[in-house]
Ligand binder design. Sequence first.
Ligand code: SF4
Length: 429
Amino acid sequence: MFKFLLKMHVGNPSEPIVEVGQLVARGECIANPVKLGAKIHSSVTGKVIKIDKEAIFIQEDKNNSNEYKKIKKCETIAEYAYEAGIVGAGGAGFPTHIKLQTKIPNGYIIANCVECEPSLEHNVSFLEKDSTLVVKGIKYAMEATGATKGYIGIKKKNEKAIIEIKKTIDNLGYNKSIEVKEVKNIYPMGEERALIHAIFDKWIEAKDLPSTLNCVVMNGETLANLTRAVEDRKPVIDKDFTVVGDFANKDISNVYFNLPIGSSIKELTKEYKLNYELGELVIGGPYTGIAGNLDETYLTKISGGAIFTIPFPRYEGPVGLLVCACGANEERLRDIAMKMSSEVKAVTFCKNVAENKKCNTPGVCPGQAQSVMYLKSQGAKRIIMSNCNDCSNTVMCCAPKLGVGVYHATDHIFRTINYPLSRRMSIED
Ligand code: SF4
């Protein structure tokens, strides 16, 4: 059984256009957007068995294939994006046809291939395999917006993917118009304003959009979907995904390409054998993911990963929450505190968090001593923080000296996969 959430994008839930009992083909549109939103297409051929306020449920036929019903021929690239139901695949879920209506003559399309969240590997693995769809997608986005230059932002450490991308740019003859920009291996280099800063050495104010600097930023998988829509008239029905954990019979990061949207994550991972008792299932990446329920999690257009963690440590003492705009939010930190049996004494935000809850300069610490002292003054003996790498460094410069312990929201995940904890880290790599 496949479950298609009616809201897998920014905006309103889409409106079903099918009925219970109806037969649908893979690729067929099953829901239309209501104002801001996107079309939803079935990723399987089968029968609609249930529709509720939240989702459309489809029982697949036994003989499903990769064939799909094509979207109609369109006049413009933005129209292809609309018909295909493309939304930001990196997690943002913003409808792509609206982004492509931005006019930025002589501006820049920035392909966000940073894959910011450690352990999620499907974006970079895809590029290592073949970057043609992403590079062509940049050209289509340039054509739609009037941009004349494209950049591909990717972490310096992803050497194999960088070689492949440069080869593709060469093969397609795009050397003059598309350039690779290597960025540091820190969190949150994939935040769009951090990426723009890495390219142009200028900050966009938290209240402004990238178009202020004549830029449109699009995730690599989104750009691949744009190429598929324009060249193959393929709607968004499949998604790349990573399953992460310490397994007896699998790797730590397990990449899947083209999984049908609506797939059950429980079904996908039923053969996985954990080396420990499950602590938490995190849906998304270590920094921004949230706790999920295996029985109720189905693949969407913006799903990134499923992480099976070790159990949380217990800490029954008083804690303070230090919230970052680019990592776990207050609700998630409270959830972690509750799971550790901690008592929350106070909450404060990194002083870089602007009124609209965005960070002023993502990844560049404004100083954390005040926040740490405030939480201590409220009785916190330990801080649970969600800060970026630079700010975690700063917290570690003062909290231990003040006798305050530190737990980062990613700790149980990084301990699971033996990845360096967000404490003191080099930010030059
Ligand atoms: S500067 Fe503050 S708000 Fe911005 S990314 Fe770092 S911790 Fe988060």
